[in-house]
Design a protein around this ligand. Structure first.
Ligand code: SF4
Ligand SMILES: [Zn+2]
Length: 338
């Protein structure tokens, strides 16, 4: 959709360019699950040239490109970043190595560097998780790589939403082909689904996420629900500043988790970035902390009891919002934002 594409690009124009190519973006530790065991994981984000789609246009909610170099980062610099980040590694069983783009995009990370990183990690750890867009999933590249899980941001299994709300740049079918390739090689798939893409009402967004999870359940082992958070220099940020977008309620996140918990064979999780703040999924401010903790516990244990009996007076406001909010924005609204 050309108008949405232009609106996304326009929102990104003022972003500054980072210039230290030797500096990884960030790293931290967090809990995750390996088999049925709760374990520590180590997360690092390397600074590459950035997501190919983000460089040419980008998704309406994604500000990851803000941290990317936006110029080619050489092999030496990439390895240096990796080695620097690994100084903070202390034997965690899972390592997540992200690039704010696609690990298997050779323009971001040359194959020789991909191999070096994977070889080191496969010796040190029990599972490596990388992210990629579907177009970079190739059987030849993945053959022989062990102890890996591949994460893809599908966001929605509805092609209309992918094109007209998210500006995703690929369709459900592209994801299905890539996920099938990965599964056929015996490798695990993790899929990110968005909660509340722009131009959908809260109710439509809940329904879209639930039906997306049902559609993709058989292609993925893990589904991670990502409620939108407001990232800088994005179309969603522009809508939010114009008071035309509110990040989802935490009640909506719970609604998605409860309705998808019956799916067989999927591990469900959600870790709302900026949760409880006005830029992330939030409720009234009084109950946010408890609900975020319940979501965290559910994500680690899959025990539905953690999210069943949660109450706050703001739940009535959420239900009222679902019943009365405006219908989706029109084409005219979108053009006004360009
Ligand atoms: S969400 Fe993923 S695919 Fe979309 S612009 Fe961001 S990094 Fe690229
Ligand atoms: Zn509340």
């Amino acid at each position: 959709m050309i108008e949405l594409n232009e609106a996304v690009k326009s929102a990104r124009q003022k972003r500054p360019r980072p210039n230290d190519l030797k500096k990884y973006i960030s790293c931290w530790k967090e809990k995750d699950v390996l088999g049925s065991e709760i374990v520590d994981s180590f997360v690092m984000i390397l600074r590459t040239r950035g997501c190919a789609w983000g460089l040419s246009s980008g998704c309406s909610m994604c500000g990851y490109i803000n941290d990317s170099a936006r110029e080619s980062v050489g092999e030496e610099d990439l390895i240096y970043q990796f080695q620097e980040a690994m100084k903070k590694y202390s034997g965690e069983k899972i390592v997540k190595i992200y690039t704010s783009g696609s690990f298997f995009d050779e323009e971001e990370i040359p194959v020789s560097v991909q191999d070096k990183i994977l070889n080191v990690l496969q010796e040190k750890t029990e599972k490596v998780i990388v992210e990629t867009r579907p177009e970079f999933v190739k059987t030849e590249r993945l053959k022989g790589i062990n102890k890996i899980e591949i994460a893809m941001g599908l966001e929605s299994a509805n092609d209309f939403v992918l094109e007209n709300s998210i500006n995703k740049g690929f369709k459900l079918d592209d994801y299905v082909k890539a996920a099938t390739t990965i599964n056929d090689l015996g490798i695990g798939v993790k899929t990110y689904l968005l909660i509340k893409p722009p131009f959908l009402t809260e109710k439509e967004a809940i329904e879209d996420t639930i039906s997306s999870a049902e559609k993709i359940s058989k292609y993925t082992q893990t589904i991670s629900f990502n409620p939108i958070n407001i990232q800088k220099f994005t179309l969603v940020e522009r809508l939010w500043r114009n008071r035309e977008y509110r990040p989802p309620w935490l009640w909506s996140v719970l609604e998605v988790l409860k309705n998808t918990s019956k799916l067989q064979g999927n591990r469900l999780m959600s870790s709302p970035t900026a949760g409880g703040t006005k830029k992330g999924a939030h409720n009234c401010g009084k109950c946010d902390k408890n609900i975020l903790e319940a979501i965290r516990e559910f994500s680690l244990t899959q025990d539905i009891n953690h999210i069943e009996e949660l109450h706050c007076e703001c739940k009535d406001h959420w239900q009222y919002a679902l019943a009365t909010e405006n219908i989706a924005k029109t084409q005219g609204d979108l053009l006004r934002l360009v």
